[in-house]
Design a binder for this molecule. Structure first.
Ligand code: 7RM
Length: 630
């Protein structure tokens, strides 16, 4: 790729150019893509509305940039290497040409079911190549995909189906995860009980019993059986929606983050190419699930646009044993490995015995994403996995940013333990104090904002543009607010300090405190609850819930278990509180606002430095809660 940074001075040059002449900078990068019609203007924007348009009036299809753009040169190259959950099950290798044909066949099948441009399609599937095929088939015909992580409950799925007005759901019979076989279609059935979804297509994975509703449910293998492997791509406007992806915010209802076609395409490939420095023949493995933005941008779109070989893993790091990641690295000679701090810390706890069994010498670059990586985990990763020879790219970004924003460029810009380091070209960061004043110079700490658009950024929240404006563009005027705290050290490197809002990051998964509270409050015995995050050795943050209950006919133990099950059922197992404390009252201000700051201090055991509690309605509850924590 011609827009690849090769040297440190090259990075500095590109960065300065991207700030001085952003439109020229991005136009040059966009010129290496295939556009059916070129743009009339590179960028139109204002952060007030907000209204952001990249590559205005340009026409394209993102899948033509994966397939037609380089089929002649890379048709026989593996696009996806798939590793099954069970190490004894044979994997699959799918070349670019084969993938192209499978995408087209499925795209034709979708069209035959009446799905077309602008229709919303929910993908609720395990980590099988068909999940990626489903995404690309939607993109091929201009349908808007919304992938929902297959670990979400039927209620969470139903909410998303309703919110995005889904016309179809693509799913599977079941899912293998470690030693378990989990029903997937059964969850869809529950979610669809009261819905008007017209079509459900079911990929057969586990061959378990499922019920198929006549006229609505179809098998994947049946619908593609007669379809042609050619399908002309739909012409899309640069600003047509590509996908909606739900993410948690600080209120109860998840937000459908909207990404559009042209800008997301340019940014996902550009950031992939530069951060990981993929070279021809490399095997690249990102361990995320396609249900998260990391899976979208760095399993599917970024790597495939770049012509890379992307490994997709169905299983979990600890099955059949805790050496599985390293077994897969050895088996497929993985060169670039991208995972989450929570996985690193979990594997760290098992020691190095399982690592030493495997040959990890193929590794060249390691990556981290999803939450701050602590120094200890960074060093462990660097020493035991990278054998002190692989740069670690600690990549900071968000569902809303579409792609990596702050990160070292592998082997080119410096790394620093626990630091995401420097912004990518085109990313104009800004640190502000609580009043919104920009903090310039080095050795400063504050809230992280971005003051200029980048192509991969969020355009709106589906069905609620006002919420998009309020959440990201109103806190600090003229800036996109990330919700993260950050420090810029004496060398000018950025260290992300974590969320400054009511979002908890559990093992790299975002959960709103209000979202978890709503689920807890569904329990008939619960009167009120307050949820906070607390430091957790493996997960980064754990969930601590303070709950006021009606205790008649219940013991604390059975009530706590029932509440955990409730949350698991309503949101999914990832949201299950780690600790539940039954309390008789919550610390509230006179205006009735729960003072989470106090609850956070109690949860992490630092309540001897409580700070000002004078605004509390009843300061007595605080000592009761501390006493109850024991
Ligand atoms: C990609 C992703 C976004 C939130 C973000 C941060 C946290 C992500 C890092 C990080 C420190 C990192 N999207 N976060 N990456 N914090 N260092 N390298 O995770 O929308 O699910 O979450 O995750 O708080 O705001 S996300």
């Amino acid at each position: 790729m011609s827009d690849r940074i090769h040297t440190l001075s090259g990075y500095l040059y590109e960065y300065q150019k991207s700030v001085a002449q952003p439109e020229e900078f991005w136009a040059k990068i966009a010129d290496s893509f295939y556009w059916r019609k070129r743009w009339s203007k590179v960028l139109k924007w204002n952060f007030e509305e907000p209204e952001i348009k990249w590559f205005v009036d340009a026409k394209l299809n993102i899948t033509e940039n994966i397939f037609e753009r380089h089929l002649f040169t890379i048709g026989d190259r593996p696009a996806i290497i798939w590793e099954a959950n069970d190490p004894n099950e044979e994997g699959r290798t799918i070349t670019y040409r084969e993938l192209f044909h499978e995408v087209n066949r499925f795209a034709n099948a979708l069209k035959r079911k009446g799905i077309g441009k602008g229709d919303k399609v929910i993908i609720y599937m395990p980590m099988v190549p068909e999940a990626a095929i489903a995404m690309l088939a939607c993109a091929r015909i201009g349908a808007i995909h919304s992938v929902v992580f297959a670990g979400f409950s039927s209620t969470a799925l139903a909410d998303r189906v309703v919110d995005c007005e889904a016309k179809a759901i693509l799913t599977s019979d079941g899912n293998y995860r470690g030693s378990k076989k989990i029903g997937v279609k059964s969850v869809v059935d529950e979610a669809l009980e009261k819905s008007s979804v017209e079509t459900v297509i079911v990929y057969e994975r586990t061959k378990q019993d499922v019920t198929m509703k006549e006229g609505r449910d179809f098998w994947w293998h049946d619908v593609i059986a007669e379809e042609s492997e050619q399908c002309v791509a739909e012409e899309m406007d640069s600003e047509d929606m590509l996908f909606i992806l739900y993410t948690s915010g600080s209120t109860g209802k998840p937000k459908g983050v909207v990404h559009t076609t042209g800008g997301y395409m340019v940014y996902s490939q550009y950031s992939f190419d530069n951060v990981f420095q993929y070279s021809e023949g490399d095997v690249y493995w990102c361990t995320a699930d396609i249900g998260w933005i990391t899976g979208h941008s760095y399993i599917v779109y970024g790597p495939l646009l770049a012509g890379a070989t992307t490994l997709m893993f169905e299983g979990v790091p600890t099955f059949p044993d805790c050496g599985r990641f390293w077994a897969v690295v050895e088996k497929h000679k993985v060169n670039i490995f991208y995972t989450a701090p929570t996985a690193i810390r979990a594997l760290q706890a098992y020691g190095t015995e399982e690592i030493e069994k495997y040959d990890l010498s193929s590794l060249k670059v390691l990556g981290s994403v999803g939450e701050p990586i602590n120094e200890e985990a960074w060093h462990w990763y660097h020493t035991h996995i990278g054998k002190n020879k692989c740069p670690i790219v600690d990549t900071w970004w968000q569902t809303e940013t579409g792609g990596i924003m702050v990160s070292p460029i592998a082997g080119i810009t410096p790394t620093k333990p626990a630091y995401a380091t420097l912004p990518l070209p085109g990313i104009q960061l800004c640190i502000v104090d609580p009043e919104g004043n920009e903090l310039t110079g080095n050795s400063v700490e504050g809230n992280l904002c971005v003051k200029y658009p980048w192509p991969g950024m969020i355009r709106t929240i589906f069905g609620d543009h006002e919420r998009c404006k309020q959440t990201y563009f109103s806190t600090y005027k003229g800036m996109y607010f990330t919700g993260d705290g950050v420090k810029r050290d004496h060398d000018g490197y950025y260290r992300i300090l974590g969320r400054v809002d009511d979002v908890i990051n559990v093992s790299g998964h975002r959960l709103g405190t209000a979202e978890v509270e709503n689920a807890i409050n569904e329990h008939p015995k619960v009167i009120e609850s307050a949820v906070v995050g607390y430091p957790h050795e493996i997960k980064g943050q754990g969930i601590y819930a303070y709950v006021i209950c009606d205790m008649t006919n219940r013991t604390e133990d059975n009530l706590i278990n029932e509440i955990k099950e409730m949350v698991s059922k309503i949101i999914g197992p990832i949201a299950k509180p780690d600790k539940i404390q039954i309390v008789s009252g919550l610390p509230k201000t006179r205006s009735g606002k729960i003072m989470r700051r106090i609850l956070r201090k109690i949860a992490d055991g630092s309540h001897d430095t409580m700070g000002d509690t004078s605004t509390l309605l009843d300061p007595e509850v605080v000592s009761q809660i501390i006493e109850g924590r024991k």
